[in-house]
Design a protein around this ligand. Structure first.
Ligand code: PMP
Length: 378
């Protein structure tokens, strides 16, 4: 059987051919005016994606490097930080804090639930000495999106810094950094950006930067003061060819329009949720977002993901520990067409049946098609 790769995983995601071909251009020296000008233009363009006028720095790392950058530049060892921990990536904030001797004040919640502004308000009241809050906009391990705009209302105009891990959330969910008052937002290339892995982004407003300048925590490679000093150049050797690709990808995103990018993810999310419901399965999250759909799996999900990938070429994700075999996750991120969503649902229906969980073939597909048709045609 002919098999084409379809990445419906929450990173890496498909990369358009136009972007891939940019990466094939000749590598030039990263300190030439030609390249520094391109980097400058590219970083200006990335501000649009974050909806900010503040600087965006690009790091040669995956998303976790962006998280570490935020943590080490804002909090000193021995100081406390409020951290929302409702999944794998909230847990990662806690792990990074501990690695640097920072004391996490955790808002620990069951997986699949969402922190509320009220919970943050309470934590801030109970810990008036804490001046930084770390959140996860889209918790990729559970498919949950939080009310980030509501949370930002609490910290905007105060001396508390709001940091969000928007590694997967950016582009898939509306995020208006300046309007909402997000102080630091982190993202990663292999998500909604239509890029391969290898870059992280961190957007920092003036309020956060003032704190960064005062922070005495040890840091070197990820020291944002170095990035600011050398801007628009990068303190280290920039990933030249990835920047060519980024430049193309952000131009494509700008041409599509950020509202349309958000709407595209929303439509795919709605179509997938409708399909899951018709198939007779249950969503895992109490507040599902449009980055990915996490579904309670009726069979061990690693068996399901294996058949979908090896037989049909469709890569979705199983759960992450400790939910490994309990859920599966279908991504809506990045360079996907409506028909990719249909392909994913078809492969899901086939694989469930093949593994002995009987579902009516075409039932989920029809539900998804109806949502997509309504969204695209009216
Ligand atoms: N945060 C979130 C919300 C993520 O989805 C991911 C990647 N799945 C990360 C952080 C970590 O990014 P990376 O694997 O690129 O280091």
């Amino acid at each position: 059987m002919v098999r084409r790769y379809l990445l419906l995983s929450p990173g890496p995601t498909p990369v358009p051919q136009e972007v891939l071909l940019e990466g094939a251009k000749e590598t030039i020296h990263h300190r030439t005016p030609e390249f520094v000008n391109l980097l400058k233009e590219t970083l200006e363009l990335t501000k649009y994606v974050f909806q900010t006028q503040h600087p965006v720095y690009v790091l040669s790392s995956s998303g976790t490097g962006g998280m570490e950058t935020a943590m080490v530049n804002l909090v000193n060892p021995g100081e406390k930080a409020i951290i929302v921990n409702a999944g794998k990536f909230g847990e990662r904030w806690v792990d990074i804090a501990k690695a640097y001797g920072i004391v996490p004040v955790e808002i620990k919640l069951p997986w699949g639930t969402a922190v509320t502004p009220e919970m943050i308000e309470k934590a801030l009241k109970e810990n008036p000495d804490v001046k930084v809050v770390f959140t996860t906009y889209s918790e990729t391990s559970t498919g949950t999106v939080i009310d980030l705009e509501g949370i930002a209302k609490l910290t905007k105009g105060t001396d508390v810094i709001l940091v969000t891990d928007a590694v997967s959330g950016l582009l898939a969910e509306p995020l208006k950094m300046d309007e909402w008052g997000i102080d630091v937002a982190v993202s990663g290339a292999q998500k909604g950006w239509m890029l391969p892995p290898g870059l992280a982004f961190i957007a920092v407003n003036d309020k956060a930067y003032a704190k960064i300048e005062k922070c005495t925590n040890s840091r070197y490679y990820f020291d944002l003061r170095k990035y600011k000093k050398s801007a628009p150049d990068n303190p280290w050797t920039t990933a030249v060819n990835l920047i060519y690709m980024l430049n193309k990808a952000v131009k494509m995103l700008k041409e599509e329009g950020i509202e349309n990018v958000w709407a595209r993810h929303k439509l795919y999310g709605e179509a997938t949720r409708a399909a899951i419901k018709e198939i007779g399965l249950e969503l895992f999250s109490e507040r599902p977002g449009n980055v990915l759909t996490a579904v309670k799996s009726p069979i061990p999900s690693s068996n399901l993901t294996k058949v979908m990938r090896d037989k049909y070429g469709v890569t979705i994700a199983a759960g992450q520990e400790p939910m490994k075999d309990e859920i599966f996750r279908i991504s809506h991120l990045g360079y996907l067409t409506p028909f990719d969503i249909i392909t994913g649902i078809t492969a899901l229906e086939f694989s469930l049946n093949e593994l002995g969980y009987k579902v009516e073939i075409g039932k989920g597909v029809k539900a998804a098609e109806e949502v997509l048709f309504k969204g695209l045609v009216g």
